[in-house]
Design a protein around this ligand. Structure first.
Ligand code: NAD
Ligand code: USQ
Length: 413
């Protein structure tokens, strides 16, 4: 199939583009390299040494014989070029990864809040609008997030697809299906909730075929394809803005830094390994909704864990101490999370779960590149509410710097 991968230079997009190419699909990457620019803005880069995009693509061609085309284009700002590219390439599928995806980055200041909203909503809307204007039947596969649900389940399992509800007024009950009520926990997550409305509108009004993959937190770094050669290596974000929790714990264990649990670590989140991300995207590509079916919503996750349990697993594996930090976010200290993920399992997904070998593999990669880590960038500094930290931080010595320590239950006046 002809597949346009928007955001194909990023952490999830790059291994997906290679996987789809290795499976014989004709892949075109569209990316404005804004993630690399944000590395420069933050003064912090990937733990792994990522090659320039053209070096990546030349290496892929040299090693496998497969060509991937690259177009540097800003989906949020360059509508006419996007439309022209769609008309020229006529993809059958557009896989959409091209958004600012960090919740802490989106909460840093009004500059990053506004950038995240402008970039994510305009990028998504431009893609839908351009597909509609082109008149081509192009299936959109969007990488959404489990965070649209807000991690609170009201005692129910979060359904794949739509929530069955009974609505009641004084005269009668009506049964119907609705989108799960959105509950964004950051400006980034807010844009994903708003994307969902754009999808609903364009699927209904313009008959676009759209799949929205509600993905959990991705862990791991390399896939079979990115591990072929160092020039193909995938990103490994570890810093307080872009690093996600399990990869951060694995990296912290590798370099001898204590594991940074926010609050009590009672937050339950959904997870998926990067090997499964690429497989799930292909399953979604191969199983599109039919025209007028409505948006196909799929929960793309394989397991749920509490943050403190992950810390304990990594700690026992690598002997790292656990540090309970005051939580810089505004989120529930404890939550349960039950998620239905039958759809992808029924299509043949065989989950890569948190087993020892996989965890040690990531620790091994982090150890190999430990010298590239800037330890001053590990602690999360982006705060959801300025100046509202209830517990007075305590300080412990021991590593390169003093780090604030929050002891659960010990509220200090
Ligand atoms: P990433 O930041 O590594 O990659 C995003 C890519 O999109 C980057 O290469 C960036 O340069 C590009 N991009 C951003 N805005 C663009 C624009 N306007 N025009 C063209 N290119 C643009 O992020 P990622 O981790 O690969 O995430 C990809 C998608 O998957 C995101 O939409 C994210 O919300 C979703 N997701 C990621 C995770 C995760 O744990 N990483 C989990 C769930 C969902
Ligand atoms: N956390 C820690 N310690 C850390 C880092 C994070 O305890 O060092 C906690 C956070 O407070 C939060 C949880 O771990 O409770 C998850 O944080 P995260 O940074 O790993 O994930 P999140 O901000 O939710 O965002 C990531 C991706 C985002 C994607 C989302 C999927 O960056 O693109 O949408 O995961 S989900 O979480 O399912 O919404």
């Amino acid at each position: 199939m002809k597949i346009m991968v928007l955001g194909g230079d990023g952490f999830c997009g790059w291994p997906t583009a290679l996987y789809l190419s290795s499976r014989g699909h004709d892949v075109l990457i569209v990316d404005n390299l804004s993630r690399r620019d944000i590395d420069n803005e933050l003064g912090c880069g990937s733990l792994t040494p990522i090659s320039p995009v053209m070096t990546r693509l030349a290496a892929w061609k040299e090693l496998t014989g497969f060509s991937i085309r690259f177009v540097n284009l800003d989906a949020a700002l360059e509508y006419d070029r996007l439309l022209a590219l769609i008309n020229e390439y006529t993809p059958e599928v557009a896989v959409h990864f091209a958004e600012q995806r960090s919740a802490p980055y989106s909460m840093k200041s009004s500059k990053q809040k506004r950038y995240t909203v402008n970039n994510n909503l305009n990028g998504t809307h431009n893609l839908l609008c351009a597909i509609s204007e082109s008149g081509h039947d192009i299936h959109v596969v969007h990488l959404g997030t489990m965070g649209v649900y807000g991690y609170g389940t009201a005692g129910l399992q979060i359904p794949g697809g739509y929530l069955k509800v009974k609505m009641t007024d004084e005269k009668k009950d009506v049964k119907t299906n609705i989108m799960y009520p959105p509950r964004p926990g950051s400006v980034y997550h807010l844009t994903k909730c708003q994307d969902a409305l754009l999808f609903q509108y364009y699927a209904g009004n313009d008959f676009l075929r759209i799949t929205d993959l509600h993905q959990g937190i991705v862990w791991g770094t390399n896939t079979s394809e990115t591990a072929l050669d160092e020039r193909l290596i995938n990103r490994f974000d570890y810093d307080g803005d872009y690093g996600t929790v399990l990869n951060r714990f694995l990296m912290q264990a590798a370099i001898g830094h204590p594991l940074t649990v926010h609050g009590t670590g009672g937050q339950t989140r959904a997870f998926i390994n990067i090997h499964d991300t690429v497989r799930c995207v292909e399953l979604a590509v191969l199983n599109p909704p039919v025209i007028n079916e409505g948006v196909k919503i799929i929960n793309q996750m394989t397991e749920t864990h509490k943050i403190r349990d992950l810390a304990k697993i990594v700690s026992s594996l690598a002997g790292a101490p656990i540090l309970y930090l005051e939580n810089p976010r505004n989120e529930a200290a404890e939550n349960d999370l039950a998620v239905e993920n039958k759809y992808l399992l029924n299509l043949g997904l065989n989950p890569t779960t948190l087993e020892k070998g996989r965890l040690l593999e990531v620790i091994g990669i982090a150890k190999k590149y430990a010298g590239r880590c800037d330890t001053s960038r590990i602690i999360c500094t982006s705060r959801w509410r300025k100046g509202e930290i209830s517990a007075k931080p305590q300080y412990i010595r021991g590593y390169q710097k003093y780090v604030p320590l929050y002891v659960p239950g010990e509220e200090t006046k």
